[in-house]
Design a protein around this ligand. Structure first.
Ligand SMILES: *Cc1c(COP(=O)(O)O)cnc(C)c1O
Length: 376
């Protein structure tokens, strides 16, 4: 079976794991500091502050708290997003407001978002769906106009750029995920990028039980035994083992991104002429694709997935829309007609780092065969 996701674990990751375990400092330590510095260097965010955390979801939770979002506030988010974002909004006690996405880019539809703003709107989460970036300049103007905070969920776009600027270098607050299936994995992990030293201090307290324990001490594989606690905090720090694996992955970011771009371009070239298939509208320049997705008529989607599975090709659905889940069905929402349609049409095809182009060809051939048999 060709899986949808397949992590790239090679000798470098195995060596890094061993070294970090042999070091004997298993918690947050020197590797975490190195990982943060390397991320900061890669995204070119000299004027920003980077903190590693345990997961992308923890990063979103912390980001909302740092943005001052709490009970009574509203947060606008596209219903076409990951459950992590919806849960994080619930954790801070805010009210979620579901917005539609754009039919071509699949990013949050800012004209629709405009209709949802109220005096209670405190923040908006925007997420780069895979290989097409949000219109971040328009988003910054939107935030300025309505005086709201923006949390940029960049779980899909680590190593991608927007108008020549690396993702992570320009947002209000940016959050990356390094979970098992993301382009750069730490096994589990996340990174938050904030604008001020004060926000960084807040992030540090939130990620480690509120302890005002200087990160600079922990980064020498030591800890302070006396410190104050002034704020609520969580156990959201990154472990040395995870950071060591992340560092090994960051060392091959260019290879990872190049192979994923080549595979995505190959898929686009092989599938774009099928009349019933919609491929991503991009040439993949400057992006590190996380998913490769297509859209097909909703009445054929499940049949196509079943047939691919029978022929050894696994596929995924990213995502079922948020407002369709029981927990969130009563949240305030605008018109969600595009999201409803996309949720029934979308399919994720296998995309891995270093996936052979012959595998992409094999998947594309199966899709061609499916539509040819239907005379399409
Ligand atoms: C993966 C993902 C997350 C959550 O990150 P974790 O590291 O798995 O907690 C959040 N948002 C999006 C869009 C994701 O794809």
């Amino acid at each position: 079976m060709i899986p949808v996701f397949k992590p790239l674990i090679e000798q470098e990751e195995l060596d890094a794991s061993r070294e970090s375990l042999e070091m004997g400092w298993l918690g947050m330590g020197s590797y975490v500091s190195e990982f943060e510095q390397k991320v900061k260097q890669i995204i070119g965010a000299e004027d920003r502050f980077v903190a590693a955390v345990s997961t992308g979801t923890a990063g979103l939770h912390i980001a909302l708290l740092v943005a001052g979002v709490g009970p009574g506030d509203e947060v606008i988010v596209s219903s076409f997003n990951c459950s992590a974002d919806f849960q994080a909004i619930g954790w801070v006690g805010a009210d979620m407001v579901f917005c539609d996405c754009d039919d071509t880019t699949l990013e949050i539809d800012l004209r629709r978002a405009e209709e949802l703003v109220t005096p209670r709107t405190k923040a908006m989460i925007v997420m780069d769906y895979d290989c097409i970036m949000c219109d971040h300049d328009a988003i910054a103007a939107f935030a300025e106009k309505h005086q709201i905070r923006i949390i940029h969920d960049a779980a899909h776009s680590f190593g991608s750029s927007y108008k020549g600027k690396m993702v992570g270098s320009f947002s209000d607050i940016c959050v990356f995920s390094h979970d098992p299936v993301k382009t750069i994995t730490c096994l589990d992990g996340g990174t938050i990028v904030v604008r001020t030293e004060e926000e960084l201090k807040h992030v540090h307290e939130l990620r480690l039980l509120g302890m005002q324990q200087p990160a600079s001490v922990m980064y020498q594989n030591k800890r302070a035994w006396t410190f104050d606690v002034e704020r609520v905090g969580f156990r959201y720090h990154m472990l040395n083992l995870h950071a060591a694996i992340g560092l090994a992955q960051l060392g091959k970011l260019d290879v990872i991104a190049e192979s994923r771009r080549a595979a995505s371009r190959h898929y686009n070239a092989l599938l774009k002429d099928l009349p019933l298939v919609r491929v991503p509208q991009t040439d993949f320049d400057g992006v590190n694709p996380f998913l490769y997705y297509i859209r097909v008529p909703e009445e054929l989607r499940d049949e196509l997935r079943a047939e691919l599975k029978e022929n050894g090709v696994d596929t995924g659905i990213h995502w079922m829309p948020g407002h369709q889940f029981s927990l969130w069905k009563d949240c305030r929402a605008g018109d969600l007609s595009v999201t409803n349609k996309v949720g029934k049409e979308i399919i994720s095809l296998p995309l891995h780092s270093k996936i052979p182009l012959s595998v992409v060809q094999q998947v594309a051939d199966q899709i061609h065969a499916f539509f040819v048999r239907r005379g399409a």
